[in-house]
Design a protein around this ligand. Structure first.
Ligand code: 2IT
Length: 447
């Protein structure tokens, strides 16, 4: 297998799918050497098969806004790979959603889910619906209209969606309510991220951020460092940033920045419990403005419009917002300001130039599919609880999440340790995930 030849074919076939091509390129570069040591993979054309989704559903979603006007959006579900289990992955509601974005996310999800140790295939879905400025009633009507189409594609043993950007507990509630009416199926297992009284796992809302910090602890430990007292800059203020801010603070770090599309808040003395709670209010408001934090906490949070979190001096950078949010120039600015570690929490949060800059300049770096896998892993734990009709307490879920993040870190070390002894976490995560999915595909024949 030659990465260049496969990429040339994909580029010719999908010339406009930038994010998808970027995600595939990163994985193929990482696995090329290992792949070529396995002629049986080549014979079964595993790479050519693994880069293509199993199937893509595209549907029209029509709903009525608060002014009585008819609105039309496009909905998607991409079932990417089912080699190791039923399709599993989030739904993204964001105005910039395209098939390319969801294909990149579904592709990444396949390897991420393989790392979790749980039997889950990869999927992603969503819509170009823009939640910004929408009322709760509009969100509900959109979710209901979306589910009118989606329900036939999913099921507890088939495809289990969850949240992603723009889809949290509120949206999962509306989606779940409509699914039940349509499917007449009262099994709680069809969606994860549900409310605590109707099948949701305790700690699922926190799990992506908590897991990211547990992974960061293992990475720092391996490098002979600790997190106590370190300054952490994180981007975004949604569910993932909220969980990361909570756990970083609990572990004794000082969160000095959060950000939004409008700019950055420098949090002078480190984020407090009240500020972390306020992040939830900001998310629920659908305003999508981080400036609201500075308005609520004057003198403690200082807002600068148009700037990113990466302009605030820190030890550890945690991108928690959106793909490609951290550029090579941002990486250089971080280093110039003293940053020495970046754990990517968003999916593909760092541009390729930023990753190469980190790796070539001695900055510890780990990719999203390893760092953020605690979210989907806890979704997997929610599925187990649903299937058993029981619920575990916080200690049990947290212990399992700890175990999973430790295992993911070990897999990265196993497959990513280089001849000079340092760990290439990008290679480690990609090779570990790929080997598991590729082996399963091989054993299941040409399908
Ligand atoms: O990117 C992700 O892993 C998620 N949005 C969570 C997916 C899930 O099924 O919990």
């Amino acid at each position: 297998m030659k990465t260049e030849a496969i990429m040339a074919k994909l580029q010719a076939k999908y010339p406009l799918e930038k994010e998808y091509l970027q995600a595939v390129q990163e994985v193929l570069e990482s696995i090329e050497d290992v792949y070529n040591q396995h002629p049986e993979f080549e014979a079964a054309k595993i790479v050519e098969r693994i880069v293509e989704p199993d199937r893509i559903f595209t549907f029209r979603v029509t709903w009525i806004d608060d002014r009585g006007e008819v609105q039309t959006n496009t909905g998607y579900r991409i079932q990417f790979n089912s080699a190791i289990g039923p399709y599993k992955g989030g739904l993204r509601f964001h105005k910039a959603v395209t098939p390319s974005m969801l294909k990149f996310l579904g592709f990444e999800q396949t390897f991420k889910n393989a790392l979790t140790t749980l039997p889950m295939g990869g999927a992603k879905g969503g819509s170009d619906f823009d939640p910004v400025g929408k009322s709760d009633a509009e969100i509900m009507r959109f979710c209901q209209a979306f589910m009118l189409e989606l329900w036939q594609c999913i099921g507890p043993d088939q495809d289990i969606p969850a949240g992603d950007v723009g889809v949290g507990g509120r949206e999962i509630g509306f989606l779940y309510g409509m699914y039940k009416k349509l499917a007449r199926e009262y099994n709680t297992g069809v969606l994860t991220g549900k409310g605590g009284t109707w099948g949701g796992s305790i700690l699922r809302p926190e799990a992506t951020g908590f897991g990211a910090l547990y992974f960061t602890q293992h990475l720092l430990d391996k490098a002979g460092k600790t997190i106590e007292g370190k300054k952490v800059a994180l981007s975004g203020f949604g569910n993932v940033a909220w969980g990361a801010a909570t756990k970083a603070t609990q572990l004794g770090a000082k969160v000095v920045a959060i950000s939004g599309p409008d700019g950055v808040c420098h949090i002078l003395d480190g984020i407090t419990k009240e500020m972390i709670d306020y992040m939830l209010v900001m998310r629920a408001s659908n305003r999508n403005k981080v400036e609201d934090m500075a308005v609520k906490f004057p003198g403690k949070a200082v807002f600068t419009p148009g700037k990113k979190a990466w302009s605030i001096p820190c030890d550890i950078a945690l991108p928690c917002a959106f793909q490609n949010e951290l550029s090579e120039d941002d990486a250089k600015e971080l280093k110039a300001n003293g940053c020495w570690c970046c754990c990517e929490v968003s999916n593909m949060g760092c541009q390729p130039g930023a990753i190469h800059f980190f790796q070539n300049n001695g900055i510890l770096f780990a990719p999203g599919k390893a760092v953020n896998a605690g979210g989907v892993a806890t979704s997997g734990l929610e599925m187990t609880q649903n299937a058993e009709h029981i619920s575990w307490d916080a200690q049990e879920v947290d212990d399992k999440l700890h175990f999973i993040m430790k295992s993911i870190h070990e897999q990265c070390v196993k497959f990513g340790t280089q001849p000079d002894g340092h760990v290439d976490y990008v290679k480690g995560a990609n090779i570990a995930g790929f080997m598991k999915v590729a082996t399963a595909m091989l054993e299941q024949g040409i399908v």
